[in-house]
Design a protein around this ligand. Structure first.
Ligand code: XIL
Length: 328
């Protein structure tokens, strides 16, 4: 294993290399994490429903554990995520009697949430996903329908950034989204971030989730999106990368192991992606995978429950795949 280079060391002059972890993989993937990564993201442990399950209750134990691991081993931490339509508890949007919450109250809850969570980790998180997935995937619709949008209006986005900046002025603040390389959605994300920037909102970067697969998005769309986002003069971070072996419409569940063809295509794709990342290393400040090795991935349950996937650079035995060698 001495002969296996450290991924983050190889990319030292380009960008940080990160991985999403949870309380379990923090231990099961410990050796790989320490050797190959210099950035961590909590896969779920800092999300609203986990860290702030009811109005007066904050549960920091699991997030604290991740922070402690990072500190002990000298890894940087990306914060994920403060304001999102998913994994946010219902209490946030209703009054005690069950009626919809007032604008004023929702804003003060958002303020309380951001200042408590970002405040707790102030100075220890280099970038926060302040707002996640607020742009719509539907043709002709700009922002996604959500309780945040319904109750607070478009301004909820700017407000979230302002609060986060006041609480942790040294963290760089990100807007994060998926389908980020789709030409139509890309323009909506561009438009949103550009207008925030023009309003003087403290936004410092765009997070590209990069939940990609063997066929999509194509390399041309990725490169064009990178150029378009880079033209805003902000940072870019790849925040949740995985490369699924299944195309979007593929619902097959019988695969016991990846075919040789799939694995070869995955290698090629990883090689091409990192080629683009290196080209844009002036604006890309970190590249985070949404997991570590193929022994665990959220894709085993999404979008098809119970279907095995193999999206990473390390196999189920935690050994480097050929894709790893292409990347290094
Ligand atoms: C996913 C986690 O990986 C799963 O464990 C959880 O059940 C659902 O959320 N976009 C995001 C991430 O911003 O927070 C999501 O993470 C994946 C899609």
């Amino acid at each position: 294993t001495e002969l296996i280079p450290s991924l983050y060391s190889v990319y030292q002059d380009y960008f940080l290399i990160g991985a999403a972890v949870n309380s379990r993989t923090l231990h099961s993937e410990k050796d790989l994490l320490i050797k190959h990564y210099n950035s961590l993201t909590a896969e779920n442990e800092m999300k609203f429903e986990r860290i702030h399950p009811s109005e007066d209750v904050f549960t920091f134990e699991k997030a604290d554990e991740i922070m402690a691991f990072a500190k002990k081993n000298g890894l940087n931490v990306r914060g994920h995520t403060l304001v999102w339509h998913n994994q946010t508890p219902d209490w946030v949007f209703i009054e005690e009697d069950g009626s919809p919450v007032s604008q004023e109250k929702l804003l003060s809850r958002m303020e309380n949430h951001i200042s408590t969570v970002a405040g707790r980790y102030k100075g220890q998180i280099y970038s926060w996903d302040v707002v996640n997935e607020a742009v719509s995937d539907n043709k002709g619709e700009f922002l996604r329908k959500s309780k945040w949008l319904d109750i607070l209006g478009e301004d909820f986005i700017a407000k979230a950034f302002e609060i986060a900046h006041e609480i942790d002025p040294n963290a760089s603040l990100f807007y994060n989204d998926y389908n980020e390389s789709d030409p139509e959605k890309r323009e909506k994300i561009y438009r949103l971030v550009k207008s925030l920037k023009e309003q003087g909102v403290p936004i410092h970067g765009i997070g590209l989730q990069a939940h990609w697969n063997l066929h999509q998005p194509n390399i041309k769309d990725i490169r064009e999106s990178m150029e378009r986002y880079a033209s805003l003069g902000l940072q870019i971070q790849i925040t949740e990368m995985d490369v699924s072996l299944y195309g979007w419409g593929d619902r097959r569940t019988d695969l016991k192991e990846p075919t040789k063809e799939m694995i070869e295509l995955q290698e090629q794709r990883y090689e091409q992606y990192f080629q683009i990342f290196r080209e844009f290393h002036d604006v890309i400040t970190s590249v985070t995978f949404w997991g570590v090795s193929d022994s665990y991935t959220w894709l085993n349950n999404f979008p098809v429950k119970g279907r095995k996937n193999w999206p990473f650079l390390f196999n189920e035995k935690q050994q480097p795949k050929d894709a790893f060698w292409k990347v290094v």
